[in-house]
Design a protein. Structure first.
Length: 177
């Protein structure tokens, strides 16, 4: 059983969601929400507000992993900067506590949850709702995306760990011959 805090980074709305479970078994949502900051506030204050919000989630839920959406360059540089800054705050909060951080691309998350790397927000929300046996899709979409990140990590981590172990084993054999 593993507990993961998913973080969908954003300066105005930073989605957060905690999921517990193991691959191949029903998963349980332990919490979902959004850390909000006013768009007219000074950047430093907004980053501190995100830090405080994420720290509260870490204190309350004590996750073993933090899964953060990997930031991709978008057409709007201002948007991507804010997303990257919020992402860095989430990674910093986890690293300060010694919690491993995993980065997953949007298409990896969509593929893991819906089977298609090109799924839209509604499809992701619908699958998160089904997988976690919720009454309705979490709102706003940032909250559903955070849960999708946590689900993706729970499902992908065992395969990634086996891959890393195989690579390490191969590398160690290469050095001994």
């Amino acid at each position: 059983m593993v507990r993961v805090l998913g973080v969908d980074p954003g300066l105005t709305r930073c989605g957060v969601g905690v999921v517990e479970g193991v691959a191949g078994r029903p998963l349980t949502m332990l919490g979902v929400g959004v850390v909000r900051t006013p768009s007219d506030a000074e950047l430093g204050h907004r980053l501190v507000a995100i830090e405080q919000g994420i720290e509260q989630w870490l204190d309350e839920h004590r996750p073993e992993f933090v899964a953060v959406e990997r930031v991709f360059s978008q057409h709007n540089v201002r948007t991507v900067m804010g997303t990257a800054q919020a992402s860095a705050v989430a990674m910093l909060c986890a690293a300060r506590r010694g919690i491993p951080v995993a980065l997953h691309t949007p298409s990896e998350v969509k593929a893991a949850v819906t089977g298609s790397g090109r799924a839209d927000k509604a499809q992701v929300g619908a699958m998160v709702t089904r997988l976690l046996r919720l009454d309705a899709p979490p709102k706003p979409a940032d909250a559903a995306d955070a849960l999708a990140l946590a689900i993706c990590h729970i499902w992908r981590a065992p395969a990634q760990n086996r891959l890393q172990q195989a690579v390490a084993l191969h590398a160690s054999k290469g050095r001994t011959s």
